[in-house]
Design a protein around this ligand. Sequence first.
Ligand code: HEC
Length: 156
Amino acid sequence: MKRKYLIAAAGMVAIAMAAAGTRAEMAKIMVENGEKIPQSLTGTPGNAENGRAVVIDRRKGNCLACHMIAEIKDQQFHGEVGPPLDDVGSRMGAGELRLRIVNPKIINPDTIMPAFYRTDGLHRVAKKWQGKTIVSAQEVEDMVAYMLTLKGSYSN
Ligand code: HEC
C-alpha cells in the first residue's frame, strides 16, 4: 500500500492518497487519528436524498449488498455481511462516516467493505473500476448526509 504519512498539525496525519492519473478533485485527504476525516471533501453540503439514491445504486454505493437499512423498503434483499445501519447516524459523526466510506481499511485493514474513494490498491473491485474512484467526492458527502439521518427511527 502506497501511503505517505506527513505530520501536518497536532494530532493530524495527512494521508496522500493522490495517484497519477486520478481525478483532479482527489487531492490530500486529512485523516485525524486514524478514525475520522473531519473536513468535507468538497465544501458543498451533502444532499441526503441523493445520498440515499447512491447507497441503493448497484453501480455506485451498492451498500445494501452488505448492509440492512430498514427504512429503505422499496428495495428487497438487504445483505447481512455488515452491521445494520439503522442507527448509524446516532452512533457516528460526519467525520467517522466519511472515513468509513472513503477507505474503511484505515480503520480495519481486514475489512471486506470496499474503499469507495481511493484509487490505489482497490480491494474487490472489478477491473473496469481500477484507477477510478467508485463514487465521486460529492457522492461521498451525499451518503454522509444520508447516513446522518439514520437515527434508529423506523417511522418513515
Ligand atoms: C462487501 C460488503 C460491504 C459493502 C458493499 C459495504 N459495506 Fe459497510 N461494512 C461492511 C462490514 C463487514 C462492516 C463491519 C466493519 C468492518 O468490517 O470493518 C461495515 C461497516 C460499515 C459502517 C460502520 C457501521 C458500524 O456500526 O460500525 C458503515 C457506516 C458502513 N459500513 C457504511 C457503508 C456504506 C455507506 C456502504 C455503501 C457506500 C457500505 N458500507 C458498503 C461491509 C460492506
